[in-house]
Ligand binder design. Structure first.
Ligand code: KET
Length: 419
């Protein structure tokens, strides 16, 4: 009754993870969760990669392994291998010891540690994120003490990249500002710059001394190739300039709940990198002391063994290919239904998501009438679809776009009376 917390108000659910909460509460057996970006098999089940199971078995069988604390920066071997994975085997930056890497709590933790470091040690506190971007970026960077601005990225009219708007907005950014870039498979739009557009972006960023911060949560998921998906990051590192990279193994190794990731800060020289590394420890120690050992050991086991590495690449390609085939199937299903509108963006967009263009009203309708769960911005996780569920989704989209457009007043009245 008289709790000291009586004044605490009920918080809203997270816009992405809250979709799963709502899905779990729905008793209807036809329900479909296309909210969170998590890979599912054709049977709609979560997937543990074979190569991950193998690595875990090796770890369990190795009686010399202990559960001691890792160092503050995590597993050194994992850090080296992660930097190599994103920068390339023959990266001069690695050979010249100019990369400071910390094992962090998946992609989110890597972004947060990077942001905390920048807030403390970088002269510019402003970060530009694309419009739209992954919903958590704004919160992660704001909580770390950065001030967040947006740059134009997606053009709803063309359902493609607004390169003009992007270059104008970054061109108008204050010198030194931080720029968040999705390394590949932009979330939520599935729209990436073409290589020559990346080159334009790189030239602008370098000419204005802006600081690139790459969020790399989908390496291997855009094209099915780990190297092809690292192209943008490698272009920026090849020019000798500095950048930050937050890597996640949640999607590409399916290690979601193990929280495996790394923050790399590419510096101009080994001496700076070593001082940066020393300061990263001071950021991390009061946050969570040191990272967990198990997931990073799985990733390191796979990355350092060439047979397992090759097996991983094959499994990763199979996941990427299944998503691409879902795009084709959904596109064909809508074409077969004669659904109004141009749906070619479903096959043009890349990565885990399709940014459908459906509005929040249509999304709410699909959830209510078809038990299909997705984020209210119209993003669907293609990885959550299967051949069996495509027709259900296509029916729902067809019905949703056929709905009469309601006025704001009608939506308001409906929300009061619950229909
Ligand atoms: N960056 C991006 C662009 C991203 O989409 C995610 C996750 C992350 C970072 C963080 O992933 P982590 O699990 O911390 O390695 N996105 C999916 C899940 C989520 O929202 O947490 C999603 O968009 O559905």
């Amino acid at each position: 009754m008289d709790s000291v917390f009586a004044a605490v108000v009920q918080a809203p659910e997270d816009p992405i993870l809250g979709v799963t909460v709502a899905y779990n509460k729905d008793p209807n057996p036809i329900k479909l969760n296309l909210g969170v970006g998590a890979y599912r098999t054709e049977e709609g089940k979560p997937l543990v990669l074979n190569v991950v199971r193998k690595a875990e078995q090796l770890l369990v069988n190795d009686r010399s392994r202990v559960k001691e604390y890792l160092p503050i920066l995590g597993l050194a071997e994992f850090n080296k291998l992660s930097a190599k994975l994103i920068l390339g085997d023959d990266s001069p930056a690695i050979q010249e010891n100019r990369v400071a890497t910390a094992q962090c709590l998946s992609g989110t933790g890597s972004l947060r540690v990077g942001a905390e470091f920048l807030a403390k040690h970088y002269h510019q506190r402003t970060i530009y994120i694309p419009l739209p971007s992954w919903g958590n970026h704004l919160k992660v960077f704001t909580m770390a003490g950065l001030s967040v601005n947006a740059y134009r990225y997606y053009d709803p009219a063309t359902r493609g990249l607004n390169i003009q708007g992007l270059l104008e907005d970054l061109g108008a950014a204050p010198s030194g500002a931080i720029v968040l870039l999705h390394a590949c498979a932009h979330n939520p739009t599935g729209v990436d710059p073409a290589p020559e557009q990346w080159e334009q972006i790189r030239q602008l960023i370098r000419s204005k001394a802006l600081l690139p911060f790459f969020d790399c949560a989908y390496q291997g998921f855009a094209s099915g190739s780990l190297d092809a998906d690292a192209l943008a990051v490698r272009m920026f590192v090849a020019d000798g300039g500095e950048c930050l990279i937050a890597q996640s193994y949640a999607k590409n190794m399916g290690l979601y709940g193990e929280r495996v990731g790394a923050l790399s800060i590419v510096c101009k020289g080994a001496d700076v990198a070593s001082r940066v590394e020393s300061q990263l420890k001071l950021v991390i120690r009061p946050m969570y002391s040191n990272p967990p050992i198990h997931g990073a050991s799985i990733a390191a086991t796979i990355l350092k063994n060439s047979d397992m590495y090759n097996e991983w690449k094959i499994e990763l390609k199979a996941m990427a290919d299944r998503i691409i085939s879902m795009r084709k199937q959904l596109y064909d299903a809508l074409s077969a239904r004669g659904t109004a509108g141009d749906w070619s963006h479903i096959i043009k967009q890349i990565g885990m998501f399709t940014f459908t263009g459906l509005n929040s009203d249509q999304v709410a309708f699909m959830t209510k009438e078809y038990h299909i769960y997705m984020t209210s911005d119209g993003r669907i996780s293609m990885a959550g679809l299967s051949s069996k569920t495509v027709p259900h989704l296509a029916d729902a989209i067809h019905a949703a776009v056929t709905l009469p457009v309601r006025s704001k007043f009608e939506i308001y009245v409906a929300s009061i009376f619950g229909f």
